[in-house]
Structure formats: structure tokens, C-alpha cells
Design a protein around this ligand. Structure first.
Ligand SMILES: O=C(O)c1ccccc1N[C@@H]1O[C@H](COP(=O)(O)O)[C@@H](O)[C@H]1O
Length: 224
């Protein structure tokens, strides 16, 4: 099925920043739709392309392997592509639409919007109109993975309803707030990293399972 299979009433889940075989097995058992690999050296969650390839080999068919890059050079990107079977690219830096399309080379990709202040949602979706998804994240230092939510009320209702099949919500999500996020926005998918960690960069199998249960509970509530 994968992360971007839009199915109202069934919010897709991506867990990002997985680094060990145990992380992968726990996320898959919990029912994840996509797992993310951070190829950004300054992040505590960084993995090498070869480690990512080993982890991807544990994934069942239908679970996306997302490659997260931040302003990657041609060489860095080529090394990732050569080693790891990424099924969806996540551009989380200052990449232009042209750069995203050039790197993705026909493969599916999403562009992160770092939402803060008076973010221009319409300009963003127009500019990145060729993206398969718009990933909404908070504007934080270090580009992402900060565990900080942004003000969802600032997202125009019309923008959400027009773009829902392509909206992936992230930024400070956790077991306690993901239900409210789904009830308000009905995104295609949600994406979490810090909110399922016991300490920075260390995933927790119970928190991952609880997060997905909270998503399923929110879906059930929305359709009752
Ligand atoms: O996870 C990281 O270290 C990271 C580094 C640089 C850019 C993005 C990163 N992660 C992405 O950030 C968002 C929000 O994460 P969080 O749940 O608030 O921790 C998410 O899309 C991650 O994929």
C-alpha cells in the first residue's frame, strides 16, 4: 500500500530515523506504512547508505523506505541511490522544485515545508506542484526532527481540503496529540520521529506501537 495511498479513514503512518534491525522489526510489527532513513550527517539519526540497505532488506512489500536528505550533493545522493532501494524521497532542506525533480529522476518524492509565522501555503503548493506529497513540519533549527509542533490552526481549511491526499503532517507529533491532529486535518499520513523515542535518536518499541494505536483510534473515532 505505502505511505501515499490515500484512503480517507485510514491515516498512513511513517516513523522516521530508524537505525537498527530491532527498530525496523518493531515498527513493522506495529503496522507502519513507511520507515524513514536520515541521510543527513549532522543528525543524531544519520545512517550510512549501506546500513540503510541492510535495514530495508527486512521490510515487507508495501512498506515504503523513505530516504530523507537535506541539501544533498550529487555525490551524496548517488551513493545513497546506488546502495539503498529507496521507494520515496523526502527533501527536507532548501531544495528548489527543479532540484527535487532532478534528484528524484521520476521516482516519487515529497518536499518538507518548514512552517512558521505567516507561512504561504498556496505559494508552497504551487511552487512544489510536481511533488507527490507536501510534508508539513515545524520551523526548527537543524532543519527537522526537533520534536516541536507548529500551530495547526494556521493551516487554511481550504488548503487542507484541496490538498488532503498529498498532506503528510509532522512536527512534534506523539501519542497524546496525534488524535487531535487527525481530527482537525484528516491528512493522508502522519510522520513521527522524536515522539517515539526514549532519548534523542533512540527509538522505543512501546512508544512506536502506542503511536500507531493512537492513530487507529483517531481513525475509528472520525468514522463513527
Ligand atoms: O530526524 C532528523 O534528525 C531530521 C533531521 C533533519 C531534517 C529532518 C529530520 N526529521 C524529520 O523531521 C520531521 C519532524 O520530526 P519530529 O517528529 O518533530 O522529531 C519528520 O518529518 C522527520 O522525518
Amino acid at each position: 500500500m505505502g505511505l501515499l495511498t490515500y484512503s480517507p479513514g485510514r491515516t498512513r503512518v511513517k516513523i522516521c530515523g530508524l537505525r537498527t534491525a530491532a527498530d525496523i522489526d518493531s515498527a513493522v510489527s506495529a503496522g507502519v506504512d513507511a520507515v524513514g532513513f536520515v541521510f543527513y550527517p549532522p543528525s543524531v539519526r544519520v545512517v550510512s547508505p549501506n546500513i540503510a540497505a541492510q535495514l530495508i532488506s527486512r521490510l515487507p512489500t508495501g512498506v515504503d523506505a523513505v530516504g530523507l536528505v537535506v541539501n544533498a550533493t550529487d555525490e551524496q545522493f548517488a551513493a545513497i541511490r546506488a546502495a539503498a532501494s529507496i521507494t520515496l524521497w523526502q527533501f527536507h532542506g532548501d531544495e528548489t522544485p527543479e532540484r527535487c525533480a532532478e534528484l528524484a529522476a521520476g521516482e516519487p518524492w515529497m518536499k518538507a515545508a518548514r512552517v512558521g509565522g505567516q507561512f504561504a501555503f498556496d505559494d508552497f503548493s504551487l511552487q512544489y506542484g510536481d511533488a507527490n506529497a507536501f510534508l508539513l513540519d515545524a520551523l526548527v533549527e537543524g532543519y527537522g526532527g526537533g520534536g516541536v509542533p507548529f500551530d495547526w490552526q494556521g493551516i487554511p481549511q481550504t488548503w487542507v481540503s484541496e490538498n488532503a491526499p498529498r498532506v503528510v503532517l509532522s512536527g512534534g507529533l506523539n501519542t497524546h496529540n496525534v488524535g487531535e491532529a487527525i481530527a482537525r486535518l484528516h491528512p493522508c499520513a502522519v510522520d513521527v520521529s522524536s515522539g517515539v523515542e526514549s532519548s534523542k535518536g533512540v527509538k522505543d518499541s512501546v512508544l512506536m506501537a502506542d503511536f500507531i494505536k493512537a492513530v487507529r483510534a483517531a481513525d475509528a473515532k472520525a468514522s463513527s
